[in-house]
Design a protein around this ligand. Structure first.
Ligand code: CAA
Length: 257
């Protein structure tokens, strides 16, 4: 597929997707949605890829859904087309995705980053849900995912005032996993993704599934789910290899794909 709004590359076992609408600060229009979903599904189906990174530019990860595209939409269009539901497709991919965020991650940009499995932020990153300033509210998961990440008080603050939070605050409140200097963002994100991609793919996929289950279920059910997945990993060659390599003081070579 020829992409017009994103750049799609592979770096070893890592799939790299770069949002590329610089003139609109990577605003997310329907073309970006179509292309990002296609790229993620393509990497998901590619046995040579073990993890993905989604990034933007140094100025903007993405400054939100495309306001100019949305401006004229009627209630009927939004409701009947279930506007934005397509982005949920991204969360169905079973391989890990890291969001590498520099600059603005606002509205849909912040929501896209939160759909990824974790966020590595550049020290110039700014997160926000400014939809309220446009007479609307978050529509790609902001009110739900942000609340789970940072708790009610801060999520209310962000969604009701539309203020931005910087990278340090985002790390302090658990929205991002780490903050790195802006110039090292891509390198750090690719390094983390390459590390993940070198591990046993089924173990990685199950670990992702288990952590995500914590958002959907009770603690007792989640713990049982985790244990059953853990038990099933003993069927893998990779479990035998990983533990043998530890005992033999060598690097493991995981082969289950
Ligand atoms: N949609 C469409 N175009 C956008 C955009 C967006 N979300 N954000 C920026 N742009 C465009 C601007 O219109 C401008 O285009 P022109 O040169 O053609 O005028 C270009 O990108 C550069 O933007 P600015 O000149 O505004 O750049 P700045 O550095 O002065 O300001 C900014 C940067 C603070 C991020 C500002 O652009 C801004 O506030 N953007 C909108 C942020 C926002 O409200 N996002 C939420 C969108 S709604 C949403 O996401 C709904 C949802 O829940 C999914």
């Amino acid at each position: 597929m020829a992409y017009e709004t994103i750049i799609v590359e592979t770096r070893g076992k890592v799939g790299l997707i770069t949002l590329n609408r610089p003139k609109a600060l990577n605003a997310l229009n329907s073309e970006v949605l179509k292309e990002v979903v296609a790229a993620v599904n393509g990497f998901g189906a590619n046995p040579d890829i073990g993890a993905m990174v989604i990034t933007g530019s140094e100025k903007a990860f993405a400054a939100g859904a495309d306001i100019k595209e949305m401006q004229a939409i009627s209630f009927v269009d939004a409701y009947v087309q279930d506007f934005f539901v397509g982005w949920e497709e991204l969360t169905r991919t079973r391989k890990p995705i890291i969001a590498a965020v520099a600059g603005y991650a606002l509205g849909g940009g912040c929501e896209l980053a939160m759909m990824c499995d974790f966020i590595i932020a550049a020290d110039n990153a700014k997160f926000g849900q400014p939809e309220i300033t446009l007479g609307v509210m978050p529509g790609m998961g902001g009110s739900q995912r942000l609340t789970r990440f940072v708790g009610k008080s801060k999520a209310m603050d962000m969604c009701l005032t539309g203020r931005m939070m910087d990278a340090a605050e985002a790390e302090r409140c658990g929205l991002v996993s780490r903050v790195v200097p802006a110039g090292e963002l891509i390198e750090e994100a690719l390094k983390a993704a390459a590390k993940i991609a070198d591990f046993s793919l089924p173990s990685v996929m199950m670990a992702k599934e288990a952590v995500n289950r914590a958002f959907e279920t009770t603690l007792a059910e989640g713990l049982r789910f985790e244990r059953r997945l853990f038990h099933s990993l003993f069927a893998l060659d990779d479990q035998k290899e990983g533990m043998a390599a530890f005992a033999e003081k060598r690097k493991p070579n995981f082969t289950n794909r």
